[in-house]
Design a protein around this ligand. Structure first.
Ligand code: FAD
Ligand code: FES
Length: 502
């Protein structure tokens, strides 16, 4: 049985950093130690500002440490859509920013003592479906007009034939765990301060500055950067303009064969692949099986499906690791990076559409430029104060309708929830207890762990995630542990613990 952790975080042995205890004063407080927050913090500290970074768990253990580790400007089939929707100039800005982010990551790696296995490789998006060939040709044409390093080919290093592939040259892959540790070490060496296991629970903004509070202390600063995947302190209503979705990863050791480049198929189900240089020889990572967060389809079967596909196409000796993570896609497909609306001092970086290693690096550059008063060529492309184009209205309305459906429909469903006797060991479900609906999990010893089924963000009903054994909110993606603790925002408050009579 494979281990339930990200291949990139397994075996990483870094001392746990201190947690915030007491009141601090600094120039900038960064909330969130993923690629966006950590890169922003490092660049600001290198610019001579004094930066404190607050991380609710460990550096790099959010979506960043559970990604596929591709650093690339090839983001599936995107550029044709971006040109049609946002115009050539904006699409060019997106492509250019993500392309140069590869160089930025490489230059960071050169300064690190951590071995990140950074390698320059081609990136492919391919299809085995003859009906998608025209889509790839159109994407190639769009990418070429944006000066991206794009080529059409049928020659890949995959162990099967493809109808057509679009190749971007000189892209990169990296082991994200060591990379995040390396960024943190560079930040501390430059004089920055990290507090781990320090969840920000409040952000207060006044004319004089900002104060971010945790359970054990506070950090006052001139400005705050909220880089928590989705902003936990949301002055821009981003939660109503982005869709959360989860995806699954497995790492396999191969008996023979292997990969060199990184790949993703066009169409669905998604299969994203790359090599993994494990300690016991050659391996691969396969990522896919994406679905909306909290839709009730999260189960170990997702990993089984990736493993089945892996065995079908590769000479797999064993599957070593399995994990899952989530990310957000904005209604107009572009990330939001910059100053938050209705605020002079709060900055955000979010909506990376599962391509945040490059976009999060871009976020670090844009936000550090903004905060020190430098021009940035991509600021307008990612402008976090934009409301969106006309085309955004439909997906925004869809999100609102879906949230409304969950808010009302799931509440009605609570009335007919089964009673707790139906709950089997190792399973979780919304049950009726004393006339109320409770999110209940029965552990392997039969003990029931009950928490409120009402999400503390805006009141939707949480759903069971059978893969991660968590309670996930279908409305905006908050996630909670079986004891009710917050695993991921936008919620900041835990679900209340409830006694359940068996
Ligand atoms: C399965 C999968 C594979 C992917 N593969 C790739 C890939 O190959 N290439 C690519 O470019 N992108 C990829 N992505 C997307 C990429 O992982 C994300 O876009 C990126 O990691 C987001 O970085 P982040 O810093 O915004 O968020 P995170 O890495 O999630 O960091 C946010 C941090 O904020 C912390 N936090 C949250 N709330 C609080 C709080 N209240 N107080 C303090 N801290 C808090 C969290 O603990 C977390 O550490 C993938 C995504 C998924 C889901
Ligand atoms: S995440 Fe918004 S209501 Fe649950």
């Amino acid at each position: 049985m494979s281990k339930r952790e990200s291949v990139w975080l397994a075996g990483i042995d870094t001392p746990v950093r201190q947690s915030l205890d007491g009141d601090y004063r600094t120039d900038v407080v960064v909330i969130g130690g993923g690629v966006a927050g950590m890169t922003t913090a490092l660049l600001l500290q290198q610019d001579g500002l004094d930066v404190v970074l607050l991380e609710s768990e460990r550096i790099g253990h959010g979506s960043t440490g559970k990604s596929t580790g591709k650093v690339s400007s090839l983001h599936g089939l995107l550029y044709q859509k971006l040109i049609e929707r946002h115009g050539r100039e904006r699409a060019f800005g997106y492509g250019e920013a993500n392309q140069q982010a590869i160089d930025v990551v490489e230059s960071m790696v050169e300064k690190m003592t951590q071995d990140c296995n950074f390698a320059r490789v081609p990136a492919y998006v391919y299809t085995r479906d003859v009906d998608m060939v025209d889509d790839l040709r159109a994407e190639h044409e769009a990418a070429v007009t944006l000066s991206l390093p794009a080529h059409l080919t049928t020659d890949t290093d995959l162990p099967f034939d493809v109808e057509l592939a679009l190749r971007f040259d000189n892209q990169a892959r990296i082991d994200v765990g060591p990379y995040m540790m390396g960024l943190a070490e560079l930040f501390e060496a430059a004089g920055g301060t990290i507090f781990e296991n320090s969840r920000a629970v409040d952000l207060d903004e006044s004319l004089a500055g900002v104060t971010v509070t945790t359970e054990a202390g506070s950090v006052s600063a001139d400005s705050a950067v909220v880089a928590t995947l989705i902003p936990v302190f949301d002055r821009g209503g981003y939660f109503a303009r982005m869709k959360p979705s989860r995806a699954y990863g497995v790492a396999a050791r191969l008996a023979s064969g292997g990969l060199e480049a990184v790949h993703i198929n066009a169409g669905s189900p998604t299969r994203s692949t790359r090599p993994w240089e494990g300690s016991q020889g050659t391996g691969i990572v396969i990522v896919g099986e994406g679905h909306p967060t909290g839709d009730g389809t999260a189960s170990p079967g997702r990993w089984a499906e990736l493993e089945r596909w892996g065995r079908e196409h590769f000479d797999v000796a064993s599957f070593e690791y399995r994990w899952s993570a989530q990310d957000y896609t904005s209604v107009d497909e572009l990330p939001y990076i910059g100053r938050s609306p209705l605020s002079n001092r709060v900055y955000v970086a979010t909506g990376f559409r599962k391509w945040g290693l490059s976009n999060g690096t871009v976020a670090g550059q844009i936000l550090s430029d903004l905060l020190v008063g430098r021009d940035n060529p991509w600021h307008d492309t990612f402008d976090a104060t934009r409301l969106g184009d006309l085309e955004s209205i439909k997906p925004m309305a869809e999100i609102t309708v879906s949230v409304g459906k969950h808010f009302i429909g799931d509440r009605l469903a609570r009335l007919t929830s089964p009673s707790v006797e139906k709950l089997e060991c190792g399973d979780g479900m919304i049950v009726r207890s004393d006339g109320d609906a409770i999110a209940a999990y029965r552990d392997s010893e039969g003990t029931i762990h009950g928490v409120s089924a009402t999400c503390t963000h805006l009141g939707c009903t949480v759903q069971w995630n059978g893969a991660e054994k968590s309670w996930d909110c279908p409305c905006h993606g908050s996630r909670f542990g079986i004891d009710g603790c917050v695993l991921a925002g936008p919620a900041t408050d835990p679900l209340g613990v409830v006694e359940v009579q068996d």
